[in-house]
Ligand binder design. Structure first.
Ligand code: HEM
Length: 420
C-alpha cells in the first residue's frame, strides 16, 4: 500500500450521485471533476446523501490506491456480509441478499467465490477464446456489411450492442433461430443499471429476466441429457474433484455473462469509435496499419473504459490509506479516474493508439478481475481491424447522444456513423 496521508475534510467536493452519470455535469465530462478529486482529495470521504444510514466511505481516484484495494482479498463484495443500511445492500439485486447460494461471482467472497470462479475459468480459458476468432470475425463482418449498405447507421444499436450478444450466444451454443429473442431479452437487461427506469422499462426488465430464466433452464436440461461441444456444456460438465455447478448456479452465471459482458463491450466500442473519429490522425494511422488494432484496443480501454467504478466493503473498522473507515462502509474505486492518473500514464488525457498499455484499470483487478477480458479484447481488436481495413471513410453522421442514465457505466445512447 502507498504511504499514509491525511484524510482531509472534503465536503465541498462532489459526492454520491454527483459522481455518477446521473449528474449532468459528470455526464458531460467527468474528467475535470475526477482530476480535481485526484489532486485535492485522492482519498475522498464519500457520504451518500441518498443513503443516510450507510457508513461514510471512501472514493479513490489514484491508480496506486485502486490497485491496493483490488489486491487486498480481505475487502468484501458480498452484500449479505454487510450491516443493514449499507450501500452494498441498497444496490444489491434482491436475489443476492438471499442466504441461499446464488452462483453470481460478482457478489461472492472467499472460498465460495474461489470455488465457482475456478469451475467457470476451466471452461472459459483464454486459449479456448482464441479459437473463436474466425466465428467472431464472421459476426462482426456481417453486421458491418449490413450497416455499410445504408447511408448511415446507429453504431450502438446496429453494431456495438448486438455484436457481443451474438458472440456469446454463439459460444454458448444457442441456436441462430433463437437469436432475435435472445438479443431482445439481453438488451432489456440494460435497464437493471438504470435506477430511474420507467414503469415500462421495469416491466421489460422483469420480462427479460423471466424469459431468460426459462430459456436457460431448458438449454441446461438439454445439455445435461446430451452434452455438446459448446461453452454451456463445458460450464455444466466441468469438474473439480467431483464438484460441479448446480443448475441455479449455471443459470445465474449465464445471466452474469450477459450482464457483465454485453453492455461493457458495446460501450467500449462506442466510446472508442467516437475517440477515433474525433482524433483523425489516430484513425489515419490505424487505417494505414490495421495491426495497430492490438495496442489500440488497450488505449480504447484506458481512455474510454465502460465501467466507471467498482466497490468493495470494509469487514471491520479499519484505517484505509490514512482514513478511518467503519465496518460495512463502501470503498468506491474510480476506474475512469485511475486510467487518467498522470503518475501512471504520461499525458493521460491524450488519446494515442500506439500507447498500448495493458496495465490500465478497465478490467478491475484482484480476485474479481474481469473473467471475460480475453474475449472482450478479441472482440474489440477484431472490430477495429475490420473497420480500419474495410471502411477507411468512417465518420460521424450526426452528433453523438450520451444521455443514458446509468450509475456505473459510461457509454453513448446513440452514435450515428457513416461507413462509405
Ligand atoms: C470491455 C469489456 C469489459 C469490461 C471493461 C469489463 C470490466 C469488468 C470489471 C471492471 C469487472 C470487475 C468488477 C468488480 O471488481 O467489481 C468485471 C468482472 C467480470 N466480468 Fe467483465 N468486462 C468486460 C467484458 C466482459 C465479458 C465479455 C464477459 C463475459 C462474457 C465478462 C465477464 C465478467 C465476469 C463473469 C466478471 C465477474 C468476475 C468475478 O467476480 O470473479 N466481462 N468485468
Amino acid at each position: 500500500m502507498s504511504e499514509l496521508s491525511a484524510c482531509p475534510e472534503t465536503a465541498a467536493l462532489p459526492n454520491g450521485f454527483e459522481l455518477t452519470e446521473l449528474s449532468p455535469h459528470f455526464l458531460q465530462d467527468p474528467h475535470p471533476i475526477l482530476d480535481r478529486l485526484r489532486q485535492e482529495a485522492p482519498r475522498h470521504i464519500h457520504a451518500h446523501a441518498h443513503f443516510p444510514q450507510a457508513p461514510t466511505g471512501l472514493y479513490l481516484t489514484r491508480i496506486e490506491d485502486v490497485r491496493a484495494i483490488f489486491s487486498d482479498a480481505t475487502y468484501q463484495r458480498d452484500p449479505r456480509k454487510t450491516p443493514l443500511g449499507s450501500l452494498a445492500r441498497s444496490f444489491a439485486p434482491p436475489a443476492m441478499l438471499d442466504p441461499a447460494p446464488h452462483g453470481n461471482l460478482l457478489y461472492m467472497d472467499g472460498a465460495e467465490h474461489r470455488r465457482v470462479r475456478s469451475l467457470v475459468s476451466r471452461a472459459f480459458t483464454p486459449k479456448s477464446i482464441a479459437t473463436k476468432r474466425g466465428e467472431i470475425e464472421a459476426i462482426a463482418a456481417r453486421l458491418l456489411e449490413e450497416a455499410a449498405a445504408k447511408p448511415d447507421f446507429d453504431a450502438i444499436a446496429e453494431f456495438a450492442a448486438p455484436y457481443p450478444i451474438y458472440v456469446i450466444g454463439d459460444m454458448l451454443g444457442f441456436s441462430r433461430a433463437d437469436m432475435p429473442q435472445f438479443r431482445a431479452w439481453s438488451e432489456d437487461l440494460i435497464f437493471v443499471f438504470n435506477p430511474l427506469r420507467s414503469p415500462d422499462e421495469d416491466r421489460r426488465q422483469m420480462a427479460a429476466f423471466a424469459g431468460l430464466d426459462a430459456y436457460f433452464a431448458e438449454q441446461i436440461a438439454r445439455r445435461r441429457r446430451q452434452p455438446s461441444e459448446d461453452l454451456l456444456s463445458a460450464i455444466i460438465h466441468t469438474q473439480d474433484g467431483g464438484d460441479t455447478l448446480t443448475d441455479p448456479e449455471v443459470s445465474s452465471l449465464l445471466l452474469l455473462l450477459l450482464l457483465a459482458g454485453n453492455l461493457t463491450t458495446a460501450d467500449v466500442i462506442g466510446n472508442g469509435l467516437h475517440a477515433l473519429i474525433t482524433h483523425p490522425d489516430e484513425w489515419a494511422a490505424l487505417v494505414v496499419d490495421p495491426d495497430l488494432a492490438v495496442p489500440a484496443t488497450e488505449e480504447l480501454l484506458r481512455y474510454g473504459p465502460p465501467v466507471a467504478i467498482a466497490a468493495r466493503y470494509v469487514p471491520e473498522d479499519r484505517d484505509i490509506l490514512g482514513c478511518p473507515v467503519k465496518k460495512g462502509a463502501a470503498v468506491v474505486v474510480s476506474l475512469l479516474g485511475a486510467n487518467r492518473d498522470p503518475e501512471a500514464f504520461e499525458d493521460p488525457h491524450a488519446f494515442r493508439i500506439r500507447r498500448g498499455r495493458r496495465d490500465h484499470a478497465a478490467f478491475g483487478g484482484g480476485a474479481h478481475a474481469c473473467l471475460g477480458a480475453p474475449l472482450a479484447r478479441l472482440e474489440i481488436e477484431i472490430a477495429l481491424r475490420l473497420l480500419a481495413s474495410r471502411y477507411p471513410r468512417l465518420r460521424l453522421a450526426a452528433p453523438a447522444v450520451r444521455d443514458r442514465p446509468t450509475i456505473g457505466f459510461v457509454g453513448f445512447r446513440s452514435l450515428r456513423l457513416s461507413l462509405t
